[in-house]
Design a protein around this ligand. Structure first.
Ligand SMILES: C[S@@+](CC[C@H](N)C(=O)[O-])C[C@H]1O[C@@H](n2cnc3c(N)ncnc32)[C@H](O)[C@@H]1O
Length: 224
């Protein structure tokens, strides 16, 4: 049963190979992997030299697809570690024929392997896993380890836009951003009842909103 499932996934991954970069990343140690650079040729895939935005942990792609449709002058690279999830995102994107959206199958730890320093203008972190247990704090996408990576990738003045439903994770992120050279702005504790315009509701956002949970948002600016 498992083998058939895997075969099916492999076939699906193959069929979206034109919009998904890096099918495999066998190296487990991110420090070693990041020394072996395998930079994506952004000019080749996007063809135009527009600002590059990342969505890290894009899930099934609802946010990045809609963002790409609304912002044709932005190049978007959607990053996701789970193959069965990113394959759905790619399948959802395919029918839209978007030339400003590509997908990178990797974990955020490995981003420096694929992208040059100072190449990214914005990063979206939408409903990243909060990893509430302290012993898994380093897995949080706003922990010091990741913020150091983002800081190098981001241009000076580049921004991280974060949304979450989880208050403890939001507070943790605020502290982490502040301690790691980011300037905070546009903090909202109830995004859907704020004057923020143009919000794109993600899969998880819809789920949490249906449960009546307030959505929190912030923008962290890279001070270099
Ligand atoms: C809670 S889901 C949110 C999905 C989507 N952003 C949304 O708002 O609906 C978090 C996603 O982040 C992905 N993820 C977690 N850690 C990651 C990492 N280190 N690198 C890339 N993706 C990661 C998970 O596989 C999962 O799909």
């Amino acid at each position: 049963m498992r083998v058939r499932k895997k075969k099916h996934l492999d076939e699906r991954l193959l069929s979206v190979g034109d919009i998904m970069i890096n099918a495999e990343n066998p190296e487990r140690n991110y420090l070693i992997a990041n020394e072996n650079k395998d930079y994506i040729d952004l000019k080749k895939i996007f063809r135009v030299d527009n600002p590059l935005y990342l969505e890290i942990g894009c899930g099934k792609g609802r946010f990045c697809i809609e963002y790409a449709k609304r912002n044709r002058d932005i190049n978007i690279l959607a990053v996701e570690v789970e193959p069965n999830v990113i394959v759905s995102a790619c399948e959802n994107a395919k029918s839209e024929n978007l030339d400003n959206l590509f997908f990178l199958r990797t974990s955020a730890e490995f981003l420096p392997r694929f992208l040059r320093d100072n190449s990214v203008s914005r990063i979206f972190l939408n409903f990243s896993c909060p990893y509430p247990k302290k012993r898994y704090a380093s897995h949080r996408l706003t922990s010091e380890k990741f913020l150091k990576i983002y800081k190098n990738l981001l241009k000076s003045g580049g921004e991280i836009h974060q949304k979450t439903d989880n208050k403890a994770f939001f507070e943790y992120s605020i502290e982490s951003f502040s301690q790691n050279g980011f300037l905070l702005k546009d903090i909202s504790l109830d995004l859907h009842n704020s004057d923020f315009e143009g919000n794109i509701v993600t899969e998880y956002e819809k789920r949490f909103t249906d449960e009546g949970l307030p959505i929190m948002r912030l923008v962290a600016v890279n001070k270099k």
